[in-house]
Design a binder for this molecule. Structure first.
Ligand SMILES: [Zn+2]
Length: 306
């Protein structure tokens, strides 16, 4: 049995997961983002509760995976930094290894989600890219069936490639990043800025924009389609750089299915490098399937791929 721990700024979720990616028990404790020592205790306590839920002892667990926001160095077993949690080269593997005799892996949460999708639904592809559209835009890259982590685990920050030189200010401090245009936060601010039918809505989220566009409200169609176009432009760059066999789009907005995917596929088919050369394969683009469990399942699957 494997344990996956999904560490976020508000909650730490843990689950016992079997080899097929089924979640057998779950537990959740409050996050302690202000102190890394308190955060480690929260992770450990979430793990123990999940084990208790499945009736497991420590001897039943062969691997524990920890997924967190931020830059994680799995070679050293540390979490170097996160914007919303007070990590400071926090020695996560050492902490867990002192308490349980199992393999311990530490990875960025989006990399974990990528690994979960790949391990369960990747069909053994050699190359695979996962893009998470949410508050930001995250990514996970699998090359030759292994996670590509880069120097100190810093790879896969696809949201910070430049889409518009000198464009919108991004949360990272740079201008024109893909994230500033293609995140769901950007979709929501596009809608607010557009006004019109959106002025009447008490709260706007990604789904509200898609729903309004579905009802045929012209300003909603304009905002939705403009946003999808920005998503597609970044996806096309990723296809040109990596030409993965598969590219999976995750985040709650991926539940929009073909409404989101069809225009992205069309854009990539029309604009990717050598798109019209016979015999050059095109990346298969689809929506994520794991959804809410992606963090836990992906962390539990880390031992397979990193
Ligand atoms: Zn950025």
């Amino acid at each position: 049995m494997y344990i996956g721990i999904d560490v976020g700024g508000t909650a730490v979720k843990a689950g016992v997961v079997d080899g097929e990616g089924r979640v057998l028990s779950r537990a959740e404790v409050k996050s302690e983002p202000a102190s890394d020592a308190a955060m480690l205790r929260a992770m450990y306590s979430a793990m123990l509760r999940a084990m208790e839920g499945a009736g497991l002892s420590k001897d039943d667990v062969s691997a524990v995976g920890i997924g967190s926001s931020g830059i994680c160095d799995n070679a050293k077993g540390t979490i170097i930094y996160s914007g919303n949690i007070a990590y400071d080269n926090t020695a996560v593997r050492e902490f867990f290894s002192e308490r349980i005799n199992a393999r311990i892996d530490v990875e960025n949460d989006v990399n974990c989600a990528a690994i979960g999708e790949y391990a369960l639904y990747g069909g053994g592809a050699d190359s695979f890219v996962f893009v998470a559209l949410g508050t930001g835009v995250g990514g996970g890259i699998i090359i030759n069936k292994r996670l590509y982590s880069g120097l100190h685990g810093g790879a896969g920050e696809v949201g910070h490639m430049t889409l518009v030189p000198g464009g919108r200010l991004c949360g990272c401090g740079a201008r024109g990043c893909w994230e500033a245009y293609a995140s769901v936060s950007a979709l929501i601010s596009d809608a607010r800025e557009r006004g019109g039918c959106f002025s009447a809505l008490p709260a706007i989220d990604g789904k509200a924009v898609f729903d309004a566009a579905e009802r045929g409200l012209p300003e909603a169609v304009e905002v939705r389609d403009g946003w999808i176009r920005r998503v597609a432009e970044g996806v096309c760059s990723l296809v040109n750089i990596l030409r993965p066999e598969k590219l999976v789009i995750g985040g709650a907005v991926s539940r929009q299915g073909e409404t989101l995917l069809a225009p992205i596929r069309r854009y990539v088919a029309e604009n990717a490098y050598a798109n019209d050369v016979p015999g050059i394969g095109m990346t298969e683009i689809s929506a994520a399937r794991l959804m809410g469990d992606a963090g836990i399942v992906g962390a539990a699957m880390l031992h397979k791929l990193v």
